[in-house]
Design a protein around this ligand. Structure first.
Ligand code: MN
Length: 285
């Protein structure tokens, strides 16, 4: 093995160990490791609500960004990644085990799902994920599960309940601003105005916020039973909610990244609220 290969081997091993060390102390002895695990479990009752997190199937691998998983953990929930499979029975069995649902981001929906032919500006679509997401949403609504939708997850809630999307904001909405930021996701790039009488306003406690933006689509016609809870200055829908008809809050921006930035405390209430709604759901017989 030459020196270059040896260097990369050393680098990958040390990076792996470093990443692991951020989560738990690394023990070189099994006895110590097991004792540490038992110590950590001893004072935990294990009654935290379980939050299902939707995933994707990318090149034969189930994928979900760890930011979603970590945000749920940070708020006091237990994340359960729901595999991107198309068996309604399996998904229903899983969804009956959870107390809340987090619908995650991803590619564009196929526009035929909301009655439109695809425009040239449409991005990548993934029909497997479309069917999976709609199955998960449909079952979750029947179970009346508390839902938090993020980005594509927000668009899913809208089209799944009968609404439509702008396939491409720059092509279809006059005067639209920048909604695809190039700065890091932990930093906000445009402001939103939150409806004073909305559920979102109640949990965030303010009318203005600066959010991140990584989308070229957005809600066009709102689905029946939903209302707009926030818009950007150019009029783009940035948050929707369904209370009391649906136990549903959905956001076009990505709070799971903002909770890792300087403004973390402004956005943690979104995840804490999901956990609170999940606790109330869990308590119901
Ligand atoms: Mn935006």
């Amino acid at each position: 093995m030459d020196m270059k290969k040896l260097f990369y081997l050393w680098l990958s091993i040390s990076l792996t160990l470093n990443l692991y060390a951020q989560e738990v102390k690394f023990h070189y002895s099994l006895t110590e490791l097991y004792a540490d695990i038992d110590r950590q479990l001893a004072d935990k009752p294990g009654h935290a609500p379980v939050i299902g997190i939707s995933s994707n199937d990318v090149n034969g691998k189930i994928q979900v960004n760890t930011t979603y998983v970590n945000a749920v953990l940070k708020a006091g929930g237990v994340p359960l990644v729901l595999p991107c499979t198309l068996q309604p029975e399996a998904l229903a069995t899983l969804l009956r085990q959870v107390d809340g649902l987090l619908l995650t981001g991803g590619e564009d929906f196929h526009p035929l799902l909301y009655g439109e032919e695809p425009l040239r500006q449409l991005g990548d679509v993934n029909t497997h994920r479309d069917v999976y997401d709609l199955m998960v949403l449909h079952i979750a609504l029947q179970l009346k599960l508390p839902i938090l939708g993020i980005c594509r997850g927000e668009q899913l809630c809208n089209i799944g309940l009968g609404g439509t999307l702008y396939q491409d904001l720059p092509a279809q909405k006059a005067g639209v601003g920048m909604h695809r930021q190039s700065i890091p996701a932990t930093v906000g790039s445009h402001s939103i105005t939150i409806e004073p009488d909305s559920y979102l306003h109640r949990i965030l406690g303010r009318e203005q916020a600066v959010v991140n933006s990584f989308h070229h689509q957005a809600v066009k016609e709102l689905a029946p039973g939903l209302k707009v809870s926030a818009r950007s200055a150019d009029g783009v829908v940035e948050a929707i909610e369904g209370f009391p008809t649906y136990n549903l809050l959905a956001l076009q921006f990505h709070p799971e990244h903002l909770v890792n930035g300087d403004d973390a405390e402004s956005f943690m209430p979104i995840f804490r609220d999901l956990i609170e709604r999940a606790k109330s759901y869990k308590r119901k017989p």
